[in-house]
Structure formats: structure tokens, C-alpha cells
Design a binder for this molecule. Structure first.
Ligand code: ADP
Ligand code: ZN
Length: 529
């Protein structure tokens, strides 16, 4: 006869204090623990570092029976088991890398009821022998960590996770708690369907990082903007990361930052392993160093005092942007994030998705993510609120006070006439020109090119003297962002109207535009955006 592990006979708060040494639950932990204590199942969505583990560890210790934790990563399992043992919890791991002798010992301990918390790989759990053994004694709960592995929509699909759907049928009385940091709605629905959690609540929380001040701006003069940002974000103290869209750009950026007097390095996937290791080491060492990197730089950055993160190119989704800026301010002290972007970025990202060989469904999802990212960049209301809503979290307050929009809300103006002027300049010049030339035409400048094409003879010539160059480029970019204009990326970046331009030109649709920062002084010929 096998014995069941006993509960600690302590209330959740007492376990939290005495075993884990924490003063109180954080965020939604208390609510989740309570729900599981009462036998409920559910899905927990919290970012990395949000405190997911306690949500299942505490009820596992408080409820009678064995707590079973499914985890896909052996290293992670071993870490958690070691930490729990140190805290005096009878925890063990069972996975394919375990030498047979040790696996036998774990099985023997299980049979004796000497294990309270078992970490197991999905393939081990799915074995009939394992399931038969588990069915013999009470089970406190099943926790399914990294639950996004069950979904084919993400990049972490693990076929063995599919089998976990059977837990609902084989152990209908046992609470099942799935946990993940992925909050993408599509993945969430997939997890709930696959794991039989469609009727169970979803607990979301902890995505806000209130100590990070977030801002975004149109790319006017990239280097001047970055320089000003670095200065503001605490020049000289802590570290910073500049994310660039290409490998080349990381090298160039690191180079001019060095010329500017900073200790700057670059990092991208194309570097020699040794150089990458070196860069990592220097960054970890704690100097005030700036890393100009592609998104390949991320894993294993546990430096707590990264003071700022800048993006020089538009990230492909709110999820990736969130993850990248989340590397700042882990110490809880004030940190800053800046996003620079231009119409070209938006158009390029759209083209890439359109031309990718991915299935339509996948493209639709990626387009949705990109457009969400664009709406954050172009926001006229609190950026943090839009970002958090992407993760299904709706903050109570309309304003966060820690983003550039909340600090100085942009003024909106009825830009219908300006939009019409720009669109007709595009049409009358034959859809063959980029924003620089169009601005020249609108502002009535007789440049060589204007003379060459006789564009000073057009009715639109000089009709836009009321707005600055910066403002006109802002109008163009906002029209691109709202999909009324496309940028011909594969050619020379000429602006091309889409179907969405028609109602604007006909006066059937009003266009609200943000007044561009009139202080952002671009040189008249600057065309970086
Ligand atoms: P996740 O699994 O969501 O990435 P963890 O469970 O590893 O996050 O928790 C992240 C960190 O936060 C850990 O160091 C953990 O000890 C700490 N933590 C979690 N909950 C609390 C709490 N209620 N009080 C204090 N620290 C906590
Ligand atoms: Zn805000």
C-alpha cells in the first residue's frame, strides 16, 4: 500500500511566511492560491519574474496529496527543485536526463509518500506507468508551467504538451493550473482549448512595469535624438541597450557612440562566439556600458541596473517591445525606454509580412501584432494603457503619468485638408516621388527636381506653406500609419495612395492628426524618416 504525502497543515499565508520567507502575496497571487485551494482550475498569465511559481507551490503544500508540476526545461526544473529543497520542501524531478538509479530512487520515494512536489517532463508524465502510479494516491494539483508550449501558434510548440489534455479526463477532481508569460490572445485561447480550461478563469496581471518611463518619437535625426535621450536617462550611471534593426546598424551605432565618448559595444548573431561571449561578459561586469544590439541580445541579461533601452527601429510586436524594454530597471529604480520609428519602418514591416511564405492565418496574426505596435507608436492617448491592453490588462486609470503622452498630451487637429493636400500632391506628381520632393512641392520650393518635372506648374505647388517640413513629414507618416498611403519599399520609397485614401480625398472621412513636436528641428533636407 502506498502512502500519500501529507499537507503542511498550514494556511497559505503561513506557508508563504514560514517556508518562502515572504511578507505577503503580490498582485493576483492571493486570489489564484485561494481559487486552487478551493479546487478550482485556471490559467495564469504573468510576465517573467511576475511570481508565477508561488501560485502553484503554495497550494501544493497546503492541499493534501502530491503536487505535480509539468515543465519543459530540465535546467529550470533542477533549479526549482534545488531551491525548494533548500527551503525544506520535499521536492524531486523526474525527466529523461536523470540517471536510471536516481529515477528509481525518486519512484521509491513517491511510493513511500515522501515527495510533496514532483517536477516532471511532459513525456515522462504521459507514460502509462507514471500515470498509473499517480492514480494510486491523492494529488494536490497539476501545474502546467510554460503552458504556451501546447500551442502551435507560438515558436515554442512542444508536441508532448498536446498529450496533457488528457489530465482533465483522467483526473477530473484535481485542480489544474496552467501558467505562461505569453499573453497573445490567440495563444491563450489555444491553451485553454487544448488543456480543457475553456470554462475556467484566466488570471492576468503583473505586466505593468511602472518604474519604466516609456516614450516614442518620429525618427527625425536619429543620433541627435538618441544623444539627448542618453543624457536624460542618466548619463554615466548604469548600462543602456540600443536595439537596432540590422547587424550593420549595431556596428555603426556602437562606433559613433564610442566617438561620442561612450563605452559602447555591439552584439548580433553574426559575431564570432568568442566575441559574443566577450560582449556579454563586459556587459555583465557592471560598467557603465552601452550595448548596440539586435534582438539576439537578450537571453541571460540579468543585470539589474540597466537604466535605459532605446529602439532605433520599430519592433515587430508589442510583445517583443515589452520584453526588450523590460530589461531596463529590474532593480525597481527609475528607468527609461525610447522608441524611434518612421513611415518606412511601418511600410517595410507590412511588406515583409505580405511577402512571407507563411500561411495566411499566420500572416493575419503577425499583421495584427504589427498594427498593435503601430498604434502604440502613433498613440494620442496613454501608451502604457495601450500596451497593457495588448496583454489583456486594463488599468483603472486613463493615464499612467509615466509615459510621454501622459506627461505632455499631443494636440490633435483636424488634418483633413492637410491630408487632402498631400494626397493630391502624390496623385498629381504621378505617384512617383518620396516624401522629400512632395514636401518641396507643397511648400513651394523651386528645387532642381521641381523645375525638371515642371511641378511648380501644378495647382498643389505651394499650397502647404502653412506647415513646416517636420509637420508635413508627420502628416505623411500618420497617413502611412493609418493605411491611406503605402511606401514603395522595393523601389525608391515613393508614396503610393491605397484604397483608404479615396474617402479622405472625397471628403467623406475626417482625419485627426497629431500636431508634430514643432521643437523637433530637422534640417530641411533630412529624409531619414
Ligand atoms: P516567474 O515564474 O513568474 O517568472 P518567479 O515565480 O520565479 O516568477 O518569481 C520571481 C521572483 O519574485 C522570485 O525571486 C520570487 O522569489 C519573487 N517573488 C514572487 N512572489 C513574491 C512575493 N509574494 N513576495 C516577494 N517576492 C516574491
Ligand atoms: Zn501614460
Amino acid at each position: 500500500e502506498s502512502l500519500a504525502p501529507e499537507s503542511t497543515h498550514l494556511a497559505p499565508e503561513a506557508v508563504l511566511h514560514r517556508i518562502f520567507g515572504h511578507a505577503g502575496f503580490r498582485g493576483r497571487q492571493a486570489e489564484i492560491v485561494q481559487h486552487v485551494m478551493e479546487g478550482g482550475s485556471g490559467l495564469v498569465l504573468m510576465p517573467t519574474g511576475g511570481g508565477k511559481s508561488l501560485c502553484f507551490q503554495v497550494p501544493a503544500l497546503c492541499r493534501p496529496g502530491l503536487g505535480v508540476v509539468v515543465s519543459p526545461l530540465i535546467a529550470l526544473m533542477e533549479d526549482q527543485v534545488a531551491a525548494l529543497r533548500q527551503q525544506g520542501v520535499a521536492a524531486a524531478a523526474l525527466h529523461s536526463d536523470l540517471p536510471e538509479e536516481q529515477a528509481r530512487e525518486v519512484r521509491r520515494d513517491l511510493a513511500r509518500g515522501a515527495i510533496k512536489l514532483l517536477y516532471v517532463s511532459p513525456e515522462r508524465l504521459s507514460l502509462d506507468t507514471t500515470l498509473a502510479r499517480l492514480a494510486e494516491r491523492p494529488i494536490a494539483l497539476f501545474a502546467i508551467d510554460e503552458a504556451h508550449c501546447v500551442s502551435q501558434w507560438g515558436h515554442h510548440f512542444r508536441p508532448e504538451y498536446r498529450g496533457l489534455g488528457m489530465l482533465a479526463e483522467r483526473f477530473p477532481e484535481v485542480p489544474r493550473l496552467a501558467l505562461t508569460a505569453t499573453a497573445d490572445p490567440r495563444t491563450v485561447e489555444d491553451i485553454r482549448a487544448q488543456l480543457g480550461l475553456a470554462e475556467s478563469p484566466v488570471f492576468r496581471g503583473g505586466f505593468d512595469r511602472p518604474n519604466i518611463f516609456i516614450s516614442a518619437a518620429a525618427r527625425e535625426q536619429e543620433r541627435a535624438q538618441l544623444r539627448a535621450f542618453i543624457k536624460e536617462a542618466g548619463d554615466g550611471a548604469g548600462a543602456g541597450i540600443v536595439y537596432c534593426g540590422t547587424r550593420n546598424k549595431t556596428e555603426q551605432t556602437a562606433e559613433w557612440l564610442r566617438a561620442d565618448g561612450h563605452d559602447a559595444l555591439c552584439f548580433h548573431a553574426g559575431m564570432a562566439a568568442e566575441d559574443k561571449r566577450d560582449a556579454h561578459r563586459r556587459f555583465a561586469r557592471g560598467d557603465a556600458v552601452i550595448m548596440a544590439a539586435t534582438i539576439a541580445f537578450g537571453m541571460g541579461i540579468d543585470r539589474p541596473d540597466v537604466r535605459w533601452v532605446a529602439h532605433l527601429d520599430l519592433p515587430r510586436s508589442p510583445e517583443s517591445w515589452y520584453q526588450e524594454i523590460g530589461r531596463a530597471g529590474r532593480d525597481g529604480l527609475p528607468a527609461r525606454a525610447l522608441l524611434l520609428y518612421g513611415a518606412g519602418d511601418i511600410a517595410l514591416a507590412r511588406h515583409r509580412i505580405a511577402e512571407s511564405p507563411a500561411p495566411d492565418e499566420q500572416k493575419r496574426i503577425e499583421r495584427g501584432r504589427l498594427e498593435a505596435m503601430v498604434s502604440i507608436a502613433e498613440a494620442a492617448t496613454c501608451r502604457r494603457r495601450i500596451l497593457l491592453r495588448c496583454f489583456g490588462e486594463t488599468p483603472e486609470a486613463e493615464t499612467c503619468g509615466a509615459c510621454d503622452v501622459c506627461r505632455s498630451p499631443p494636440r490633435l487637429f483636424d488634418g483633413t485638408i492637410a491630408a487632402q493636400k498631400l494626397l493630391s500632391a502624390v496623385l498629381r506628381t504621378g505617384r512617383r516621388f518620396g516624401v522629400g520632393h512632395l514636401v518641396d512641392v507643397l511648400r513651394g520650393r523651386t528645387t532642381e527636381k521641381v523645375a525638371q518635372f515642371a511641378h511648380d506648374q501644378l495647382p498643389t505647388f505651394g499650397v502647404g506653406k502653412d506647415l513646416s517640413d517636420t509637420a508635413w513629414r508627420g502628416v505623411a507618416r500618420q497617413l502611412v500609419a493609418m493605411g491611406a498611403l503605402d511606401v514603395a519599399i522595393e523601389n525608391h520609397g515613393e508614396l503610393v495612395p491605397t484604397d483608404a485614401a479615396r474617402p479622405i480625398l472625397k471628403g467623406d472621412q475626417k482625419v485627426l492628426l497629431r500636431e508634430e513636436a514643432l521643437t523637433a528641428r530637422a534640417t530641411p533636407r533630412d529624409r531619414t524618416s
